[in-house]
Design a protein around this ligand. Structure first.
Ligand code: GTP
Length: 409
C-alpha cells in the first residue's frame, strides 16, 4: 500500500512539472512576438514601415484592372491592387538637362566599335578572297570564318554560294573591289529592305507605347535609358515606366537616365505588380500628352507560362490606356546561340516587333545580327555599341556591313 502511495505521489509531482514547462514555453512564444512588434526580433511580417510614403488608394477609373493568369478568358473584375506609383525623385539641385544628339548617322560614328568582328570576320574573309585562285580548302576556310562569327548555317551557305558565283570576278578584282563586293554581299544577307523604323508615334491622340523585354543582364534597363535619349534627341516627348519591379536598383537606374534628359519615370515599390506600374506609366503619358511611353519590364525566365502571363497582362493592361506600338526584345550579342534560344521564349510569350542587340562592341561575333534576324524572322532595329549614354544606334544594313569589313587600308 505504501508502495502504491509513493508511486501516485511521484506521478502527481511529474504531472505538475510537465504542465509548468509547457506553460513556460507558451509564454516564451508570446514574448518573442511581443519583442518583434517592438522591433527587436522579427518573427512575423512587419506592418508597412513608416519610411515608405503611404500609397493613396487610386481612384477606381485609374486603377488597372486586376487580371487572372489565363490571357484569353474573361475574368470577373477583382479589386485593384494598391500600387500607386511613388512620386518621382526630386531632381538634384543644379542638375543640367542634356540634349542628346539625333539618332541619324549614329552607326557611322560608332561603327569602328565593331573592331573585334572586323578583325576576325571582315579581315579574315578579305584575306582568303584575295588569294589568286580559290581552292576547295579556301572555300571551307571562308565557311568556317562565317560560322565562327555566328552568321549561322543557312546564311553562311547563302553567302558562300553567292561568292562562288562571282569566282571569275574575284580572281581579277583589286583589293578595293573585293572590299566593295564583300560589303555588297553582306548587306544583301542583312536584309537591306526590312522595315526597321521604330513605331513610337502617337495613335488616335494617345502616346505610342514601347515595351522593352528580355532577360536580366542583357542590357535592358540601360537600353531603355538610351532609347529615351534617342527619342528625345529626335525631338519627341517621353515618359518612362520602371516595370522591372523585381530589382529596385533598376528603377533607380532608369530614373537617373530619365532625369538626365528631363524625362519623367513612373515607378512602383519593389515587388509591385509590373502591370500596374506599366498602366500608370501609360496613364501618365496619356495625361501629359507625350509622344511615347517606354516601359522596362522584368525579364524573369522562371517558366514560359509565367513569362507569358506577365508580359501578356502588361500588354493588355497598358492597352486600356494607349496602344502598344512596339515590343522590343533586348538580346546580348555576346551570348551567341544561347541568346537565340532565350529569344524564342520571349517571341512565344509576346508579339515581338523588333530586336535590340547589345554589346556588339565586345564581341567578335557580329554575324549574330544575321542569324538572329533569320532565325526569329524579326528585324534588328537598334544595336548597342558601348556603355556610353549615346552608344545605341538605329541599325542600317549597309553601314553595318561596312563596319564588319572595315576600310580599305
Ligand atoms: N559594352 C557594352 N555594355 C553594355 C551595352 N548595353 C548595356 N551594357 C552593359 O550591360 C550591363 C547590364 O545592363 P543593364 O541595363 O543593367 O541590364 P538589364 O538587362 O537591365 O539587367 P537587369 O536590370 O538585371 O534586368 C551594364 O553594365 C551596361 O552598361 C552595350 O551595348 N555595350
Amino acid at each position: 500500500m505504501e508502495f502504491v502511495l509513493i508511486a501516485v505521489a511521484i506521478l502527481v509531482v511529474g504531472l505538475i512539472l510537465g504542465i509548468g514547462l509547457l506553460v513556460g514555453r507558451g509564454r516564451r512564444t508570446t514574448r518573442l512576438d511581443e519583442d518583434a512588434a517592438a522591433g527587436t526580433t522579427l518573427t512575423r511580417p512587419r506592418p508597412p514601415q513608416p519610411s515608405a510614403p503611404p500609397a493613396p488608394a487610386p481612384p477606381a477609373e485609374r486603377a488597372p484592372p486586376a487580371e487572372q493568369a489565363q490571357p484569353d478568358t474573361v475574368q470577373p473584375e477583382a479589386p485593384p491592387e494598391p500600387t500607386a506609383p511613388l512620386p518621382p525623385a526630386e531632381p538634384e539641385p543644379g542638375l543640367v538637362i542634356e540634349t542628346p544628339p539625333p539618332s541619324a548617322g549614329r552607326l557611322v560614328r560608332l561603327r569602328s566599335r565593331l573592331a573585334r568582328s572586323q578583325s576576325s570576320l571582315g579581315r579574315g574573309l578579305l584575306t582568303v578572297l584575295a588569294r589568286e585562285r580559290l581552292t576547295e580548302d579556301d572555300w571551307e576556310e571562308i565557311e568556317e570564318t562565317l560560322l565562327a562569327a555566328d552568321v549561322g548555317v543557312a546564311a553562311t551557305t547563302e553567302i558562300v554560294e553567292r561568292l562562288r558565283t562571282q569566282a571569275m570576278v574575284l580572281a581579277t578584282a583589286s583589293g578595293e573591289e573585293l572590299r566593295a563586293l564583300l560589303v555588297r554581299e553582306l548587306t544583301a544577307v542583312l536584309g537591306p529592305d526590312l522595315d526597321r523604323s521604330l513605331a513610337v508615334d502617337r495613335h488616335d491622340g494617345r502616346p505610342g507605347v514601347v515595351l522593352v523585354v528580355g532577360v536580366n543582364g542583357a542590357g535592358k534597363t540601360t537600353t531603355v535609358g538610351k532609347i529615351a535619349r534617342v527619342l528625345v534627341g529626335d525631338g519627341r516627348s517621353v515618359v518612362l515606366g520602371a516595370a522591372d519591379t523585381f530589382r529596385a536598383a533598376a528603377a533607380d537606374q532608369l530614373e537617373t537616365w530619365g532625369e538626365r534628359v528631363g524625362v519623367l519615370t513612373v515607378r512602383g515599390r519593389e515587388g509591385a505588380d509590373p502591370a500596374s506600374v506599366a498602366f500608370e506609366a501609360a496613364r501618365t503619358g496619356v495625361e501629359a500628352e507625350v509622344d511615347t511611353v517606354v516601359v522596362d519590364t522584368a525579364g524573369r525566365l522562371h517558366t514560359k507560362s509565367g513569362l507569358m502571363d506577365e508580359l501578356g497582362k502588361i500588354k493588355r493592361v497598358v492597352e486600356k490606356q494607349s496602344p502598344v506600338t512596339e515590343v522590343l526584345l533586348v538580346l546580348d550579342a555576346t551570348t551567341g546561340q544561347n541568346g537565340v534560344i532565350q529569344a524564342r521564349v520571349f517571341t512565344e510569350a509576346v508579339d515581338v516587333t523588333g530586336i535590340v542587340l547589345t554589346k556588339l562592341d565586345g564581341t567578335a561575333k557580329g554575324g549574330i545580327v544575321i542569324s538572329v534576324q533569320r532565325e526569329l524572322g524579326i528585324p534588328v532595329k537598334l544595336i548597342g555599341l558601348g556603355e556610353g549614354a549615346d552608344d545605341l544606334a538605329p541599325f542600317e544594313a549597309e553601314e553595318f556591313a561596312e563596319g564588319l569589313v572595315g576600310s580599305a587600308n
